[in-house]
Design a protein around this ligand. Structure first.
Ligand SMILES: [Zn+2]
Ligand SMILES: [Zn+2]
Length: 181
């Protein structure tokens, strides 16, 4: 394991959140979609189930996306701002099926705040380990989704939405065309 388990879970969830908006449209259009996302990525704690909650989560996405595109100094600025704005206070907690891990917001803080701080805390680990290069954008030209490479040999180039297969098929076709030509 590259990072602590909660860090890896948080990075994957942050990437998934960023990827709910992109080339193939809005994947968090309403509260029902937010409910599904919340469950799918193992979120716990309080919910408001309001339009304001949905809008706050949607508004977090471009800020998190910058983390995948910015250089280290700018990432640090974003991460520090997210932690400062949310009055993050790291505490070890244990709940549900999870053993001790870090929470830096109370369970009743707004969902967008908890999502922001969880991502920021994970990024603290990534920056401190000098591993920012593991945050990449999918290399498929038509994609643009963000990717977290947690592989041992840093080999992940494509997102999990099938771009690796699409790229392999294109490469195969190009080879065949070249062989014919
Ligand atoms: Zn937790
Ligand atoms: Zn992709």
């Amino acid at each position: 394991m590259l990072f602590a388990h909660d860090t890896e879970v948080a990075l994957v969830a942050a990437a998934a959140l960023v990827n709910t908006t992109g080339s193939d449209g809005e994947k968090l259009p309403d509260l029902a979609a937010l409910d599904d996302f919340f469950r799918a990525y193992g979120w716990t704690g309080g919910r408001e189930h309001t339009e304001a909650e949905l809008r706050a989560v949607q508004a977090l996405r471009p800020r998190l996306r910058r983390i995948w595109e910015a250089d280290e100094d700018e990432v640090v600025e974003i991460v520090n701002a997210l932690l400062r704005e949310s009055n993050a206070l790291p505490q070890l907690v244990k709940h549900d099926e999870w053993d001790y891990h870090l929470h830096a917001t109370p369970a009743d803080a707004p969902l967008a705040t908890r999502m922001a701080v969880e991502a920021a805390m994970a990024l603290v680990d990534v920056v401190r380990s000098g591993e920012l290069s593991r945050l990449r954008v999918c290399e498929h030209p038509d994609c643009g989704d963000v990717v977290v490479d947690l592989s041992k040999n840093r080999s992940k180039r494509f997102c999990d939405a099938g771009c690796g297969n699409r790229a392999a098929v294109s490469a195969y076709r190009a080879r065949k065309a070249a062989a014919r030509g």
